[in-house]
Each structure stands twice: as structure tokens, then as C-alpha cells.
Design a protein around this ligand. Structure first.
Ligand SMILES: C[C@@H]1N[C@H](CNC(=O)Cc2c[nH]c3ccccc23)[C@@H](O)[C@H](O)[C@@H]1O
Length: 450
């Protein structure tokens, strides 16, 4: 294993992952019953002092609702009379869950992999996980192996299937310690005992044996006394899933790729392979309190995806299903919007790579890179794709290395008219609606392919 941040383990990352560009995260659990949080702000852009007591992550309901005096604490008393959290497992029916419908939408949206929670911080398993007794969705609540149901539907449509596992926190089998901001000194109450390490290892090995996940997406970290188990576990994983990929949240033990989350750990976005994850809104679990102002719209989601891909990363965009198994309409609408955009633009996203350094400079943007127009680039062996949005009057100067492109080959992927001409510092393009918020891609042939 190397300590090279660019390729953390030296193992080449399977091409399917770096070509995939777009995955769907799914946070679904007992927390989806209350589905209640304050839409406070984005991780990494929100005051850590207020984060835990006003946690925008609805999947943290167990913790937030136990912080005395917090709005979630008040809500849990007022609406649920302070009843035990595990009641939500039995109230979670998933009566309208249609994994094929989800998988159809994810495939149309251009996602190439899907990663659902299999055990989040509340310790409730979405399969009959070893050591959980009946505290799982096979024996209670939905009474279904939700991991198997989604794996089958996703793979039937040719998408890859990964698993999210909360190795670093388990508020049931680990430590039932409520985490307040001041607890950061106490390592956030993370469990490190040998018994928990064995419990977690057994569950991850079970996930590998039963579902052959294409992605092992661990969260928070791994128990100290279980660190010695990991090399063997990873070796077993790669033997079972030769094209498998492992994320970076194993307390440094191993990583095929690095992750960022909303605005947190964005320094990881320089790695050879990396992935940014976030919700359509400010939460991963469904939060009934989120309004349009808290959610990405289609243009925002597409610009996020294109920006990430233009910098060599993947976007893992999360949807938080309701307890009944339907996707919230406002989140579904964003995926439908991406799907519509993808019908013309998939070729400029999947299996592309960034332009070489120096091939393009902030194209027509102001110095801060934020001014109009919004321009991002991708390329493959034969073409360069300029994604343009917000161009005043539909005109933009794409500042690229002279000789990189053949302007005569300019064509909008969505079929719209476009004119292009070489200018001293690049290519001027003009086309109606390049001033729209939703990016349109202009394809050029590379003057020298390769
Ligand atoms: C996908 C989300 N992950 C959250 C945990 N996130 C973090 O701990 C942030 C973080 C810690 N170390 C990192 C390394 C890289 C990127 C983010 C993190 C969970 O607490 C959320 O509930 C949700 O599952």
C-alpha cells in the first residue's frame, strides 16, 4: 500500500468506476418515519458549534432528538411523546416500495451505480444481518430484505450495486452515546471494543458473501481493535469481487478512492479517483421540513455533476425515500430532469476525462471563476465537450489552447444551432439559450485526437 494521496493504495482503480461518473446514494431507514430535521445548512459550510443540536441530517434523528432542548428533542416529545426510537422500525412499512421503479429512474438519470444504506448509525440492518436478531427489516417493519431487493433490480438494469455500512458508529450494538458538539474530544462516542469490531467485521463479510457489492462504502471509520482484521477482509473482498472498489473512510487502512461530502474534505478532490456525495437537499435521509430553497433544482444538480466530472471525480447524489418506499416528488423531479438532460449529454459525461492542464483556462469567466458564462470541459479520445450556461446573449469565448480544437466541427449535443470561430485566445461560440441555467454541451473534434 502506498501513501500516495493520488492513488492511495497503488491498486489501479477499475475503469468501470472512473468511467461511471454518476452514482445514486440511498439513505432509507427507521429514521425515514419521523423524517424530521432542521434544514440548517451544508456540512463543511455550517458552524460546527450548532451542527449536532440542529443537525440537518434527518438520519441522525436518534441523536438529535436526545439533545435536551433541541428542536428535534421538542418535536419528538410533542409528536411522539418521547417514545423509544425502535418503535419507528415497526412503523416503517415500505408498503409502496417498488425497487424496479427506482432502478428504472436511476438508469434513465444516467447513474451507473447505486449505493444504499445497509446499516446506518442506528444499527438497524436492511438485511437479516448476523448478530442483529430481529432488529432488522426482514423480521420487523418492512419485513423484506431491502438490500437484496434493490441489488436485484439495479443489476437487472445493468447498473453496479454497492453497499453503505456505518462501521464507525452504531448507536445500538456499539455505544449508545448521544453526541453533542463538545463530545468531539471523546471521539464522538465511537465504539472501539473487540466485541463490536468482531460484530461489524462479521456483518461486512456477510454483505460481501451474499451480495458481492461492487462498492464497499464504509462511513466514519473502523473500530481500533478491528483494524488488524481489515487487510484480510479487503483481500477476501477483492477475491470475491475482482472489480470491487473501496472508499476512504476506514481510518486510513485502505482506499481505492477518496471522498468528500457536501463541502467537507474537498481537499480530497485532487486524488486520481474521488467522489463527492451529497443529498438533493441538505439531508441524506428524507426530511419533511425541506423546501425548494433547500434543494438543488435540475440545473443545479446538472452543474454539480458536470463540475465534478470536469475535475475527474464522480458524483454520488443521494435520494432519501419516504417510509412508504416512494421517492419524494421534489427529489424525483430532479432525477427526471437529469434523465431528460442525459438523453442528449450522456456521451459528454460517461467515460470522459478532464482536459489536460493548460488546455483550457476559465473560459470567459471572471477572475473568480464564478462570473458568466459558466464553462466546464470534458474530453474523450476524439472530442472535447464544452458545457456552457449563463452566457450573456448566448455568446461565450471559450479560452482554450490555440490548436486544441477544430472550431469547424462545433455542434451542440442537444441539436441546437451553434456558430464557432477561432479567436486569439480560444474559440467564440454563439447559440441561442447558452444563457440558460441548464448547461448545454458543444462538441468539438480535437485537432489531434488521442
Ligand atoms: C453520507 C453521510 N456521511 C456522514 C458522515 N460524514 C462524515 O463523517 C464527514 C467526514 C468525516 N471524514 C470524512 C472524510 C471524507 C469526507 C467526509 C468525511 C453520516 O453521518 C451521514 O449520516 C451520511 O451517512
Amino acid at each position: 500500500m502506498t501513501d500516495d494521496p493520488q492513488s492511495p493504495t497503488g491498486r489501479p482503480v477499475p475503469a468501470w468506476f472512473t468511467d461511471a461518473k454518476f452514482g445514486i446514494f440511498v439513505h432509507w431507514g427507521a429514521y425515514s418515519v419521523p423524517a424530521w430535521a432542521e434544514p440548517t445548512g451544508e456540512l463543511g459550510a455550517t458552524d460546527p458549534e450548532v451542527w449536532f443540536a440542529h443537525n440537518p441530517y434527518a438520519e441522525w434523528y436518534w441523536n438529535t432528538s436526545q439533545i435536551e432542548g433541541s428542536p428535534a428533542w421538542e418535536h419528538h416529545r410533542a409528536v411522539y411523546g418521547g417514545r423509544p426510537y425502535d418503535d419507528f422500525l415497526d412503523l416503517w412499512r415500505a408498503e409502496s416500495f417498488d425497487p424496479g421503479d427506482w432502478a428504472d429512474l436511476f438508469a434513465r438519470a444516467g447513474a451507473r451505480y447505486v449505493v444504499p444504506t445497509t446499516k446506518h448509525h442506528d444499527g438497524i440492518a436492511l438485511w437479516d444481518a448476523p448478530g442483529t436478531g430481529t432488529r432488522n427489516t426482514v423480521h420487523r417493519g418492512p419485513r423484506r430484505d431491502l438490500v437484496a431487493d434493490l441489488a436485484g433490480a439495479v443489476r437487472a438494469r445493468g447498473l453496479r450495486f454497492g453497499v453503505y455500512y456505518s462501521g464507525g458508529l452504531d448507536w445500538y450494538a456499539g455505544r449508545r452515546a448521544v453526541i453533542r458538539h463538545e463530545d468531539r474530544i471523546d471521539d464522538y462516542g465511537r465504539p472501539h471494543e473487540a466485541a463490536y469490531a468482531a460484530y461489524a467485521l462479521r456483518q461486512v463479510r456477510d454483505l460481501i458473501d451474499r451480495y458481492r457489492p461492487d462498492v464497499l462504502w464504509n462511513d466514519i471509520g473502523w473500530p481500533d481493535l478491528g483494524m488488524a482484521d481489515l487487510p484480510g477482509m479487503f483481500a477476501g473482498y477483492y477475491a470475491a469481487v475482482p472489480e470491487g472498489v473501496v472508499n476512504d473512510r476506514w481510518d486510513g487502512a485502505h482506499a481505492d478512492y477518496l471522498t468528500s461530502e457536501y463541502q467537507a474534505n474537498r481537499q480530497n478532490e485532487t486524488a486520481a479517483a474521488w467522489e463527492n456525495c451529497r443529498g438533493v437537499g441538505l439531508s441524506f435521509g428524507y426530511n419533511r421540513n425541506e423546501g425548494p430553497e433547500d434543494l438543488l433544482d435540475t440545473a443545479g444538480a446538472v452543474r454539480l455533476l458536470v463540475d465534478v466530472v470536469s475535475r475527474g471525480g464522480n458524483l454520488l447524489l443521494n435520494v432519501g425515500p419516504k417510509a412508504d418506499g416512494t421517492l419524494p416528488e421534489e427529489q424525483r423531479a430532479v432525477l427526471e430532469g437529469i434523465a431528460s438532460w442525459m438523453t442528449h449529454h450522456a456521451a459528454a459525461v460517461h467515460a470522459t476525462r478532464p482536459l489536460e492542464p493548460g488546455d483550457a483556462v476559465p473560459g470567459g469567466e471572471t477572475a473568480d471563476g464564478e462570473g458568466p458564462p459558466w464553462v466546464r470541459w470534458t474530453r474523450d479520445d476524439r472530442h472535447a465537450y464544452a458545457f456552457v450556461a449563463g452566457a450573456p446573449g448566448g455568446e461565450a469565448v471559450l479560452k482554450v489552447r490555440p490548436g486544441l480544437l477544430d472550431p469547424a466541427t462545433a455542434a451542440r449535443l442537444d441539436g441546437g444551432p451553434v456558430s464557432a470561430a477561432a479567436v486569439s485566445d480560444g474559440v467564440r461560440v454563439a447559440s441561442p439559450w447558452l444563457d440558460a441555467p441548464l448547461p448545454a454541451a458543444v462538441r468539438f473534434s480535437l485537432a489531434s485526437p488521442g
